[in-house]
Structures are given as structure tokens and as C-alpha cells.
Design a protein around this ligand. Structure first.
Ligand code: GLU
Length: 311
């Protein structure tokens, strides 16, 4: 039984990522689970070992230890491809030759979005190409992405933070046209093979969960428990990012924050500590017994609110 934190090593962790990591660690430790760290470095262009080292150091700095070796998705492409082959064998994939632009144009031209599908759902252009149509596209030099062939499935799940959720699954990409396996497939394969039965992550991924649950069902995997936790937003209302100011452990340290301040702010912002408790007494370890996903807020925090919690 394990929980996990699965960052993409594409930059320094910011307050939002750190809060998700803290909550994932608390969820695992408060239920006697191992806590794994997995580097989601499928994008070989933006990922780097320098960021990986930095992120691991930041997690350690706020008191989050992990079990076992860090797993890197970049080292597991063969595993992901083997699972795509299983789906192909079952007739659940097809090749898609569309460019992003063609997909966008088609979505824009549609009268209304199909009920229940996630934003930007693939309109199915290449679902039923004839062999001649496929040959034609290949002759144009197009390399295909591999998509899941869905059948209008609706998926229900109970999220320990958000409550009951329901969504329809689209023909999600399983491997990009350049052969790189896609996030939704990789995450499902890894969680199963790593024995992860508790998934805690940002609530921006709740809309992808029906896709992942359908993939689990098709591959005969167990469904983990889900806790989608709130994000931290920057001043423009979008997910916090580097451009929003001092947001990483090193930047905040340069502004005089201790790691106790950092953990205290993250804890207070989700109701796990009160402002009257001195920061110096708050550690990740001391929060373990207080953690209950049902009591977390379901709406986002802003960077300004977090700063105010420093006291
Ligand atoms: N790698 C994803 C991220 O950094 C998280 C994926 C997951 O937890 O399933 O947002």
C-alpha cells in the first residue's frame, strides 16, 4: 500500500506543488502507507536531472521523506508501450493523423460540445479511417498518434476531498506522434506496477481521472483511492507559477522564510494548523494525526492568502 507524489522535473517546486506534496505525504503517513516519489519526465526536452535533484532536496527540506528509489518515467517507455500493445490487441486503440490545428478547427466548427466530455475532447476524425485513407495520410508524411477507442463510457468515482464525481471519457492520446507515451497511460501503468493505492494530487487533474479509471478497467487494474486537493493560484487567477514572485523554497529562504514558516503557512492554509500556534512548533511529522481529507477546503487559495498566513 503506497501513496505518491509525482512531479514533473521541469522547474523548482512552488508553494502549490509543495502543499500538494505535503498533503500527499500526510495522506500516506496517516494511513500507514509507504510514500513514493516518481519523476514524470516524459517530456525529455523540458525535464532535467538538475530540477529533479532540486525538487528532492526541497521535499527533504520541508520534512517529507520517501520510501524506495525514485522512479523515472523516462526509463520506462518499454513498459508503457507493452500496455498500449495490450489495448491494441483488444481493439481499443486507433491511429490518429490529425494535427493540433486540425483538431482545434474541427472543435471550433462543431455546433456544441458533446455532453459530459472534457474540454478539447477529440472529435473522432480518425476513428474509422479506411485502409486507403490511412495510406493516403501516411503518404503525406504524417506520423500517427495512438488514441484510445472509447465507447461513450461514463465514469463515476468518489473523491475523498471533492465528493462524488462523474465524467465521460474521450479518445485520449496514449502515445504522441513522436512515439512518446502520454501522461494518462503512463500514470495508470506506474500506479499499478508501483502498488500505489492512494492518489493525492492537484484538483486540476480531477477531470482526467475518468480517463485513467477507464484505462485501469481495460487493463484489469485496481482503482486507487483519490484525493484531489486544491491549487494555489497566482495574482492573475491562474495556477501559481514562477513568474508570480518568490514561490520556491530557495526564493522564499532568500526572503527570510525558514522551513518552519513554510510548513506552517502550507498547513494553516488548509486548516491543519492555527495562526496562534507558533511556526517553530509546526512540522510535517506533527501534522500526521490531524490529517483528514474530508476536512480540506475544496476551493483554491491565492498566493496573497498564503503570505498572510505567515503572520
Ligand atoms: N505530473 C503531474 C503534475 O506534476 C502529476 C500527475 C499525477 O499526480 O497524477 O502535475
Amino acid at each position: 500500500m503506497s501513496g505518491r507524489f509525482a512531479p514533473s522535473p521541469t522547474g523548482e517546486l512552488h508553494l502549490g506543488n509543495l502543499r500538494t506534496a505535503l498533503l500527499a505525504w500526510l495522506a500516506a503517513r496517516s494511513t500507514g502507507r509507504d510514500f513514493l516519489v516518481r519523476m514524470e519526465d516524459l517530456d525529455l526536452v523540458t525535464s532535467s536531472p538538475v530540477h529533479e535533484r532540486q525538487q528532492l532536496a526541497d521535499l527533504a527540506a520541508i520534512g517529507l521523506d520517501h520510501d524506495g528509489e525514485v522512479v523515472r518515467q523516462s526509463e520506462r517507455f518499454d513498459l508503457y508501450r507493452a500496455h498500449i500493445e495490450r489495448l491494441e490487441h483488444d481493439g481499443r486503440v486507433y491511429r490518429c493523423y490529425c494535427t493540433r490545428r486540425e483538431i482545434r478547427d474541427e472543435i471550433d466548427a462543431a455546433v456544441s460540445a458533446p455532453h459530459g466530455l472534457p474540454d478539447g475532447a477529440y472529435p473522432g476524425t480518425c476513428r474509422d479511417l479506411t485502409p486507403d485513407e490511412r495510406t493516403e495520410r501516411e503518404a503525406e508524411g504524417r506520423s500517427p498518434a495512438i488514441r484510445l477507442r472509447t465507447e461513450g463510457e461514463w465514469i463515476d468515482f468518489d473523491d475523498r476531498v471533492l465528493g462524488h464525481q462523474r465524467g465521460r471519457v474521450d479518445d485520449v492520446v496514449l502515445a504522441r506522434a513522436d512515439g512518446v507515451p502520454a501522461y494518462n497511460l503512463a500514470v495508470v501503468v506506474d500506479d499499478e506496477l508501483q502498488g500505489v493505492d492512494q492518489v493525492v494530487r492537484g484538483d486540476d487533474l480531477a477531470s482526467s481521472t475518468p480517463r485513467q479509471i477507464l484505462l485501469q478497467q481495460l487493463l484489469g487494474f485496481e482503482r486507487p483511492e483519490y484525493q484531489h486537493v486544491p491549487l494555489v493560484l497566482g495574482p492573475t487567477g491562474r495556477r501559481l507559477a514562477k513568474r508570480d514572485g518568490a514561490v520556491s523554497v530557495s526564493e522564499l529562504a532568500a526572503e527570510g522564510w525558514t522551513t518552519h514558516d513554510l510548513v506552517a503557512v502550507l498547513a494553516r492554509s488548509v486548516g491543519l494548523a492555527s495562526s496562534s500556534e507558533p511556526s517553530s512548533t509546526i512540522t510535517a511529522e506533527r501534522l500526521v494525526d490531524r490529517y483528514d481529507p474530508a476536512l480540506l477546503p475544496t476551493g483554491p487559495s491565492t498566493y496573497a492568502e498564503l503570505q498572510a498566513f505567515r503572520g
